[in-house]
Design a protein around this ligand. Structure first.
Ligand SMILES: [Zn+2]
Length: 431
């Protein structure tokens, strides 16, 4: 019989939802065996990983990643996306269902789960709300929920038909699952390709107004209040959306919300050079929107930072701005952007990127929990002082569409442990 793997994370500060303390962490097999201030060299045969100067916490959990498989393997595969995730410090990601075919049935969900076996990260498929994400008929959510799907979304587009959204929420409520909406009202969006405002007028590009998001946020909040169902709002981008969610939470609506790193650190100014890498839906907005998104993080209105990792091959980005595919990769840069640019304490960062998203994704049993004996060893070791520059060609993702090329970030995952296995050691993927 093979000897059980033993791993010692030495010299770090353990941070989890119970607080922070100087401690070494010993992993045996797939679980945490011991957490203590000085575990020496650990048992004979243990692999020792240096965590000096680092935080040792539960692995990050991404609520929102497009892994593109099946159907767009030229952009990303589950294998490459999961590797990028592990390098970013993630031990679990929710894979969006806007694949080809869409993940709108048990058969496709089962296929994604099969593809995810052996990946560097725990991949949890989300299911589509409607058949083919066409917004016309509800997908068989029950059969997907039976396979463990916890989040349902037509992401890429929002559910435009209010009556259908109401029925989706009612159905989801009965199943105990979450409906997640991409809030943009299509008739208000039109052919817009950036934030609507002075900047879009100056650039001569059609605008995508903030009110397109706000209208759908308000509609969904009203429907969530009516149905009592669990609603999650994807990638909020505008100040008015944050205010609406804040009021709804105060009124007891069962709503959660996420924001992306790019909406927290970039504004529509990034579009001034017509750089297709800065094109994303919902679009980058104004400094006032960024300020309100950040205050929403601080006061608990926003529950999670999620990447909206959206790989695209070069040919869909090396075109005119208005023609370019929307979206940017994010799994490998999220932690550095959040740690280095928002000025949040590590406990808050991990709350927003680990245990709160783990709870929303329904994976708390395996991810995001306190680092203590008996817990599943899904961990990340974060060096908060590490300075590094984003080099697109060095990304593990199969696509390199990032607006952050050349940007210096501060903070990076040094090691990532998945079910006791060090899948990333010293910033290098091990498989
Ligand atoms: Zn979306």
């Amino acid at each position: 019989m093979a000897r059980e793997r033993q791993l010692l994370l030495r010299g770090g500060t353990v941070v989890d939802s119970t607080g922070a303390r100087r401690a070494d962490v010993l992993v045996k097999g797939e679980v945490v065996a011991e957490v203590g201030p000085r575990l020496g060299k650990g048992p004979a045969g243990a692999v020792v990983l240096d965590a000096g100067g680092c935080f040792v916490g539960p692995g990050l959990v991404d609520l929102h990643a497009h892994l593109r498989e099946p159907g767009a393997e030229e952009a990303e595969t589950i294998e490459t996306g999961a590797r990028a995730a592990a390098l970013g410090g993630y031990t679990a990601v929710v894979a969006m269902p806007n694949t080809d075919p869409a993940a709108d049935s048990a058969a496709v969900v089962r296929h994604v789960l099969d593809l995810a076996k052996g990946a560097c990260c725990d991949v949890r498929p989300a299911g589509a709300i409607t058949v083919g994400r066409q917004g016309k008929a509800l997908a068989p959510m029950a059969e997907m929920a039976a396979l463990g799907v916890r989040i349902f979304t037509d992401d890429g587009t929002g559910v435009q038909n209010a009556s259908l959204m109401r029925r989706a929420l009612e159905y989801a409520s009965g199943l105990g699952v979450v409906i997640a909406d991409h809030c943009e009202e299509a008739t208000l969006v039109g052919d817009g390709c950036m934030n609507e405002g002075d900047q879009s007028s100056r650039l001569g590009l059609p605008g995508r107004p903030a009110v397109a998001e706000e209208v759908m946020v308000l509609r969904d909040l009203a429907l969530a209040r009516l149905t009592g169902a669990r609603l999650h709002l994807l990638h909020l981008s505008s100040a008015s959306s944050v205010s609406a969610v804040r009021l709804a939470k105060a009124a007891g609506v069962a709503v959660s919300a996420e924001v992306t790193p790019h909406h927290l650190v970039l504004t529509e100014e990034a579009v001034a050079s017509y750089d297709p890498m800065a094109k994303v839906n919902p679009p980058l907005r104004t400094a006032a929107d960024v300020a309100e998104l950040r205050s929403g993080l601080l006061d608990g209105t926003i529950d999670a930072v999620a990447t909206d990792h959206a790989p695209h091959p070069p040919e869909t980005k090396q075109v005119a701005f208005s023609e370019a595919a929307p979206g940017m990769v994010g799994l490998e840069t999220a932690l550095g952007l959040v740690l280095g640019e928002l000025g949040l304490p590590i406990e808050k960062v991990l709350m927003l990127m680990s245990w709160q998203p783990a709870a929303l994704a329904g994976v708390s049993g395996a991810h995001g929990g306190p680092v203590r004996p008996g817990a599943p060893a899904n961990l990340c070791v974060i060096d908060p002082a590490r300075r590094w520059a984003v080099v697109p060609a060095a990304l593990a993702s199969r696509s390199r569409n990032t607006p952050f090329a050349g940007r210096e970030l501060k903070g990076r995952a040094r090691h990532t442990i998945l079910a006791g296995e060090p899948v990333v050691i010293g910033e290098e993927a091990q498989r």
